[in-house]
Structure formats: C-alpha cells, structure tokens
Design a protein around this ligand. Structure first.
Ligand code: GLN
Length: 198
C-alpha cells in the first residue's frame, strides 16, 4: 500500500532577499540544516513556512516590498501566524511605529514596539557588545550597525535580551526581532532559537 502523507515534512525558511544582508542569513540557516528559499516575488513567498527579514536599509526595503507586491501577502501571512524574524532594518519593518523614518515608509505593525532609526548616533555607527540572552548560559557577542533603538515596548512584548537599559532582542507571539545582526556572529544560537519556533 502506498501511503501519501499530506503534511510537508520539511519546513522551508524564507529569507527576504530584496536588499541588504540576506546572504549570511541563508548561510547560517543552511549550516543549521534548514531548507531556505530566497524571497523576491509572491511566488517565492508561497513556498515558505517562516521568514527572515534581514538588515539593510529599511526605507529601500519598504519601497521594494511594495513594488514587488510582497507587502500585502507577507502582512497576511504574519497575521495568520507565520513565524518571522527581523534583524536591524528587518526589525524596523516589523515595528508598529517608526520614528525618524521616511514619510512614505511602510511597516507591518506586527510587534507592539516603537523603533527609532539610526538611534545610536553617528559617532557610534557600529559596535560590538556582549549581551545576556534569556536561556543562554554564556553571553552572545552582538554586532550593531547603524542600529535602531526600541524606544517603547508594550507589556505583552517578551524581552529576551538587553544591552544596558535598551531592549535588543524581543518576541511577541510569532514575531522575533533583534536590533543587531546575529548572522554576522559565528554564534548560531539566536537563529536556533528562531528555528525551534517553526
Ligand atoms: N539604519 C538602517 C535602516 O534604517 C538599519 C541598519 C541596518 O540594518 N544595519 O534601515
């Protein structure tokens, strides 16, 4: 007897590949033996079970999300519970409120945080810092590049890591965000955290 399984055995993690630092995310996920799909079109999106939104330039990504006609279907999938992980510019795209954004910049409003772009100032464009992450028994070396700052978070947002008084890793339901670039550290634990949720 031939048994036909209805359920997909392999989950596919999409990596939004319109602009920015998507390559490294694909590589890290590959090293974790996760099937990946670069997402540039609604057709690419249709085959994914989760999505990573990389760092880069959130204003440009916002424009490309609209011109590629990915914005609405991604918004719908997030609303329906698709796990999504936004890093840096990706976090800006997922925020409810953007401060210092462009007037025409759109966001998914998927996590109840207010985010200020380029908030660490010009002098400290980029820096690295050790952060303590909930559930990790050693610190994570985080790389910040023109990082956004979470200036407000709702009670329902779970704080997973802070740098000083700043929230730098947070989760609300199916949405995980980092203000830094975990894909640039050799440490894969934050990607593992995301993959475990899928
Ligand atoms: N400052 C960038 C923005 O507003 C984000 C920087 C990054 O993703 N490294 O999109």
């Amino acid at each position: 007897m031939v048994r036909v399984s209805q359920s997909k055995s392999t989950k596919v993690v999409g990596v939004l590949a319109l602009q920015g630092a998507f390559n490294r995310h694909t590589r890290v996920l590959g090293e974790l033996n996760v099937a990946t799909q670069e997402v540039r079109t609604p057709q690419d999106l249709a085959s994914v079970d989760a999505l990573v939104m990389p760092g880069g330039e959130s204003t440009t990504m916002s424009q490309l999300l609209e011109s590629s006609e990915l914005f609405e279907p991604i918004k719908k999938m997030i609303h329906e519970g698709m796990p999504v992980f936004g890093t840096c510019a990706g976090m800006i795209l997922l925020a409810k409120e953007i401060i210092d954004g462009r007037d025409d910049q759109v966001s998914f409003g998927a996590i109840d945080i207010d985010v200020q772009r380029n908030a660490y100032g010009r002098q400290i464009d980029s820096f690295e810092a050790e952060i303590e992450v909930d559930g990790f028994n050693t610190p994570f070396q985080a790389v910040f590049i023109r990082a956004p700052r979470i200036v407000k978070a709702a009670q329902s947002v779970e704080v997973l890591a802070e740098f000083g008084v700043e929230i730098v890793l947070a989760r609300q339901k199916n949405v995980l965000v980092a203000s830094f670039h975990p894909e640039l550290s050799p440490d894969q634990r934050i990607h593992e955290l995301f993959v475990r949720e899928i």
